[in-house]
Design a protein around this ligand. Structure first.
Ligand code: CA
Length: 225
């Protein structure tokens, strides 16, 4: 049974979301403050975190940054802020998906399911993808280079697989968004840029001169041949 950590300071929202998630077969822990939410994450190591942006104690963005510094737990951000920039900052910090308030609890449950499926590798047949000097295990959802694992979030992993499956092919940002199945990004193609930036930071010896993921000007990205 997957454990979901819900960090949200609106009691009514917590009550409703908890009820929906539990009805859908998830175990739920919740915190009303950012700082207590973070320590709960450290102690319980949940399978997924649903994180509000505006929180007492510690801002949601700081909580996301801290979780990413210490691990790869999938994060869905809840945001009442309409500014695209806040959502982009969240994605740059490594959140995998975001949902803008107000939302239907059913949507949240659907996104949780989709993200957990991606994080756990889904039902893909056992397959190792070798691209350049990277070894991508589609089953275990791990990327290694020279035996060293490069820890990636589910979104970064899916992006890398999409690109590396067809080296040399240029993908439009929109095509990459579509490849991130289950993650409805409301058509913000720039969110791809944020994920690519994170992916390069982890993968590339010199992110300013990428040797794996090249930018194709006016189109998008491709995995180097
Ligand atoms: Ca709030």
């Amino acid at each position: 049974m997957s454990l979901i950590l819900l960090i949200e300071d609106e009691p009514e929202l917590v009550r409703v979301l908890r009820a929906y998630l539990e009805k859908s077969g998830f175990q739920v822990e919740s915190a009303y403050r950012g700082d207590t939410g973070l320590s709960l994450w450290q102690h319980k190591r949940p399978d997924l975190v649903i994180l509000d942006l505006n929180l007492p104690g510690m801002d949601g963005l700081d909580v996301a940054r801290e979780i990413r510094r210490q691990g790869n737990t999938p994060i869905i951000m809840l945001t009442a802020r309409v500014e695209e920039s806040d959502q982009l900052i969240g994605l740059e910090l490594g959140a995998d998906d975001y949902i803008t308030k107000p939302f239907s609890p059913r949507i949240v449950v659907a996104r949780v399911r989709a993200l957990l499926r991606r994080a756990q590798g889904g039902s893909t047949p056992a397959r190792i993808l070798r691209a350049a000097d990277l070894e991508i295990d589609l089953d275990a959802h791990t990327v290694t280079r020279g035996g060293q694992e490069i820890p990636l979030t589910p979104t970064e992993f899916d992006l890398l697989v999409t690109l590396a499956e067809q080296p040399g092919r240029a993908f439009k940002r929109l095509q990459l968004l579509e490849a991130l199945q289950g993650a409805a990004y409301a058509g913000y193609e720039r969110t791809v840029d944020a994920h690519i930036k994170n992916l390069r930071a982890k993968l590339e010896p010199d992110p300013k001169h990428p040797r794996y993921i090249e930018t194709v000007f006016g189109v998008g990205y491709r995995f180097a041949k």
